[in-house]
Ligand binder design. Structure first.
Ligand SMILES: [Zn+2]
Length: 416
């Protein structure tokens, strides 16, 4: 006879139906979702999730950041819980799976354990983190950041959206200020299941991403000061061309990233020319360089080299150059025991898998500061995410959820 839990699988249809049901709340304009944090749609999504959890026998705790913790008790009163979490909020033109998959997969794990009549020594807590996306209230991963002690609650409450409404006011307005002190909970382990938001798993034809690291990043905002001048009547030898300096810096960033392969990336996604007129050389160019690496040493070395070479490029053109670091995360190494448990689960289930480094930030990157943490990734079609056309298959979703179930049960330990 099989040992308890040996053949356990989640219910693929139930997980998928839940994803589709949640997607009806805060629909987008092109088949995806607009369920931004602390909107009425967010509140409705929370209530639906709460009702599903309570029907599955979970009890709810909510902290002062609105983070939801749905607990399935364990048999050992002294054992710290195993957490499974992600986020139900979306981008303004977001998909149906980014974040949502991880929360509803946590619920599916609990429902499957209920079906199989499996009790665990450690409690299991399914978590919905408030405002992971940061689209409405920057920065991203705001509430898990407060939970991990990286940001303060006062700072979070004061964040404002484009209409000037604050996070604290909006959290109160939708009725989700809980009574738990944020960060007071202690975790035995934290698992997050998330879509890849990149093209690697699909291209490599793998079902499971075993996430070993989360990239660190620097956002470097450059302000280049040249001289506004007519593009027709200013001789080439008399120009102080901030736009040209920007172009050379962009090329240099590409070179630096390419010389740090594999693993490092660098590029520019935002440029502001001033005055941004067809026939005027820009007096000011502001742009942000985004560099990332899972290796702290490489990341900091790339930053130093980019700043030095940018200064040289600008001085050769007579352009003023100021740099400000406007964003930063340290790289994260996920807990080796949990990573091994995920890999073993994929192997035992016969699912194809590969190691991955998370290119984006996730709540797990913050929980890793306070608890052993790891992530599992699911392929997504074309690597497309933060887009209403974001797509995954039912089979992909349930394969990763099977792995999650197995790894969580191993970590939470089957009772008796
Ligand atoms: Zn996400």
């Amino acid at each position: 006879m099989a040992a308890p839990g040996e053949n356990m699988r989640v219910n693929a249809d139930r997980l998928w139906d839940c994803l589709m049901e949640m997607a009806k709340i805060g629909p987008g304009i092109a088949g995806g979702n607009n369920r931004q944090t602390l909107t009425d749609a967010d509140a409705a999504g929370r209530r639906l999730f709460q009702s599903w959890c309570e029907a599955a026998g979970l009890t709810m705790g909510v902290d002062t950041m609105g983070n939801m913790f749905m607990t399935r008790p364990g048999t050992d009163p002294d054992a710290l819980p195993v957490y499974i979490g992600s986020h139900l909020d979306t981008q303004p033109t977001g998909g149906k799976y980014d974040g949502v998959l991880g929360v509803l997969a946590g619920l599916e794990v609990v429902r499957s354990l209920n079906d199989l009549n499996i009790k665990t020594k450690h409690p299991i807590v399914v978590t919905n983190w408030t405002n992971e996306e940061g689209a409405r209230f920057a920065p991203a991963m705001l509430a898990s950041g407060v939970f991990a002690g990286v940001l303060t609650q006062d700072y979070a409450y004061g964040r404002k959206d484009m209409d000037g409404k604050s996070f604290g006011e909006e959290l109160a307005r939708i009725g989700w200020v809980g009574d738990e002190t944020v960060g007071a909970r202690k975790m035995h382990a934290y698992f997050e299941y998330h879509i890849e938001q990149g093209p690697i798993l699909e291209a490599e034809d793998k079902q499971i991403g075993v996430v070993t690291h989360c990239q660190g990043l620097w956002w470097l905002e450059f302000t280049l000061t040249g001289r506004e001048a007519h593009t027709g009547s200013t001789p080439m030898t008399m120009r102080v061309n901030a736009g040209l300096a920007m172009a050379r810096i962009m090329e240099m960033v590409q070179t630096v990233a390419m010389e740090n392969q594999p693993g490092c990336v660098g590029g520019v996604g935002q440029v502001k020319f001033s005055p941004n007129s067809r026939n005027v050389l820009p007096g000011t160019v502001v742009f942000t360089v985004d560099i990332r690496s899972p290796d702290q040493g490489k990341l900091d070395a790339m930053r130093a080299r980019i700043e030095t070479e940018a200064a040289d490029i600008c001085s050769a053109l007579g352009v003023g150059c100021a740099v400000e670091a406007v964003g930063h995360f340290d790289p994260v190494t996920f807990d080796p025991t949990l990573v091994a448990s995920v890999r073993k689960a994929a192997e035992e289930l016969g699912y194809s898998h590969m190691n991955l480094i998370s290119g984006a930030g996730h709540d797990a990157c913050w929980t890793a500061k306070v608890a052993p943490s790891t992530m599992i990734m699911c392929p997504c079609v074309g690597g497309l995410s933060h887009n209403e056309a974001e797509e995954i298959s039912k089979e992909w979703a349930s394969a990763g959820c099977d792995v999650l179930l197995r790894a969580v049960v191993e970590t939470a330990e089957i009772a008796g």
